[in-house]
Design a protein around this ligand. Structure first.
Ligand SMILES: [Ca+2]
Length: 124
């Protein structure tokens, strides 16, 4: 009576995990696992820059040229898995785009050509 529902639950969790893995592989943007990526053109086009950590002073070609973004960072409890981009170096000024784990933004008029720094954080 106990093992059967547990087995069903386990099977359900396994199915959810498989579905998540499947959706992960179907992401539009080409960005390495564990990294935050930004492109100079919308729709993940142009030149890509990618980071595994923070960068408080973006350089060419991505500085003030970012037009699409993807967060392929590792997610989990206690992990800084969100990415906040700022309009100025040093994580100051307005935030432009903020991405949750796995989120991809193919264009954003507010954040377009504005980024100068970013940091990984717990939430947006
Ligand atoms: Ca651009």
């Amino acid at each position: 009576m106990i093992t059967k529902p547990t087995a069903v639950l386990a099977a359900t969790l396994l199915a959810i995990g498989t579905a998540l893995a499947a959706s992960g592989t179907s992401q539009a943007a080409s960005c390495p696992s564990g990294q935050f990526c930004a492109w100079t053109d919308a729709d993940f086009g142009g030149q890509r820059t990618n980071w595994s950590g923070d960068d408080h002073d973006w350089e060419d070609p991505i500085q003030d040229q970012d037009s699409s973004w993807a967060n392929h960072g590792i997610s989990g409890p206690g992990i800084k898995d969100h990415v906040q981009v700022y309009e100025n170096p040093g994580l100051i000024g307005f935030g432009t785009v903020c991405l949750g784990p796995g989120q991809e933004i193919n264009s954003n008029s507010w954040g377009n050509d504005s980024g100068d720094s970013h940091t990984w954080k717990m939430e947006c």
